[in-house]
Design a protein around this ligand. Structure first.
Ligand code: SF4
Ligand code: SF4
Length: 78
C-alpha cells in the first residue's frame, strides 16, 4: 500500500504537508512533513518521502483525507 498522486489536480496548497507535520510531530511546519510539493509546470510535483508511515494508526492517511482537490489517494482503496 502506498499513497498515489494525481498532480493534475494538485493546487500546491500545501495542506497535505502541514497536516502531515501535525500528525507526525505535533508541529505546523510543512518542511518537517513526509510529503513535499514542488511548484513545477505544467503540474506540481508531489513527493512522498521514505519516512511516510502511511499514518498507520489511522483508518485514512491524513494527507489523503485533507487534500480537498483529491490529488492524493491510497493505492488499492476505492
Ligand atoms: S493537499 Fe492536495 S492539492 Fe494541496 S498541495 Fe497537497 S496534494 Fe496538492
Ligand atoms: S500518509 Fe501520513 S505520514 Fe505519509 S505523507 Fe501522508 S500524512 Fe504524512
Amino acid at each position: 500500500m502506498k499513497i498515489k498522486t494525481i498532480p493534475e489536480l494538485c493546487t500546491s496548497c500545501n495542506m497535505c504537508a502541514y497536516i502531515c507535520s501535525i500528525k507526525k510531530l505535533g508541529v505546523i511546519n510543512y518542511r518537517k512533513a513526509a510529503i513535499r510539493i514542488f511548484n513545477k509546470l505544467p503540474y506540481p510535483e508531489i513527493e512522498i518521502l521514505s519516512n511516510c508511515d502511511l499514518c498507520k494508526s489511522e483508518e485514512e492517511p491524513w494527507c489523503d483525507k485533507y487534500c480537498f482537490p483529491g490529488a492524493l489517494y491510497m493505492e488499492g482503496k476505492e
